[in-house]
Design a protein around this ligand. Structure first.
Ligand SMILES: [Zn+2]
Length: 256
């Protein structure tokens, strides 16, 4: 018999399984991604009272089962329901994106407390203050750093030429190289994306920031949008995933 493991966790997804059960996937502090079966969760709401809703922060108790990666969910105690996250379409879209993009970097059963904490703080931020592009840029850059892919933005990734003193506006971002390339080096990388001097400055400023930014009136929205588009492309490249909620953020008529 496997022993019961207990860890703080965030509910990422849940779906029905058979007549009465639910399958639930979590990002946990101690064990990375965990997917388990909640027996009777559809029929008896008493055992899992509103604790299997996406975004919920819970204390998860589970145990492994023989011959399957699907854990048995023993109990799920609510720590923070994030009720105000579901009050607007903007918040739901943004919170879904945070979960998808963070989950993409996490691994099954590999401790990932820093990713868990980052997501936990991000969801609280969106719930309390609502989404913004500068917040999302901060979230994405910090996430890349935590996952070991902090983009190189100060100098050319190949020849080490620094941006200072070199012609601005001729730099490109190469996802494969993990950062900027100068004009001559990017000739070798047809897929590298041009990045304006202003967008680079925005990304550098956000990357240097110590905490999640509340607002950046000095950033033009065009530069932020351009910088974030490169970050998202980089994240998709590193995780080999298409981010479904990202396209929803683009296509929905969000006002922020
Ligand atoms: Zn170069």
């Amino acid at each position: 018999m496997h022993s019961i493991l207990v860890t703080p966790a965030i509910v990422v997804r849940s779906w029905s399984f058979g007549e009465s059960d639910k399958i639930v996937s979590f990002l946990t502090a101690e064990y990375g991604k965990v997917t388990g079966i909640a027996k009777g969760a559809k029929r008896s709401r008493r055992r899992f009272v509103n604790t299997l809703e996406p975004f919920s922060l819970v204390q998860l108790s589970f145990r492994d089962r023989p011959h399957t990666t699907l854990a048995f969910i023993h109990a799920c105690d609510l720590i923070r329901p994030h009720k105000n996250l579901t009050t607007s379409l903007e918040k739901i879209a943004c919170a879904s994106y945070l979960m998808e993009v963070t989950d993409a970097f996490a691994t099954e059963r590999e401790e990932s407390r820093s990713l868990f904490d980052h997501l936990k703080e991000g969801l609280i931020w969106v719930e309390d203050r609502g989404p913004s592009h500068s917040f999302l840029a901060f979230y994405e850059l910090k996430l890349l750093g935590l996952a070991g892919y902090q983009p190189a933005l100060e100098s050319c990734r190949r020849c080490r030429r620094t941006r200072a003193g070199n012609s601005p506006g001729h730099w490109r971002f190469s996802a494969r190289d993990g950062g900027l390339l100068c004009a001559s080096c990017s000739a070798l990388r047809k897929e590298a994306v041009p990045l304006s001097a202003e967008a680079i400055e925005v990304l550098v400023a956000v990357q240097r920031a110590k905490s999640i930014l509340s607002d950046h009136a000095s950033f033009s929205s065009a530069a932020l949008t351009e910088g974030r588009s490169v970050l998202r492309h980089f994240i998709q490249f590193q995780t080999s995933r298409e981010l479904k909620s990202a396209s929803f953020l683009d296509t929905s008529s969000l006002t922020w």
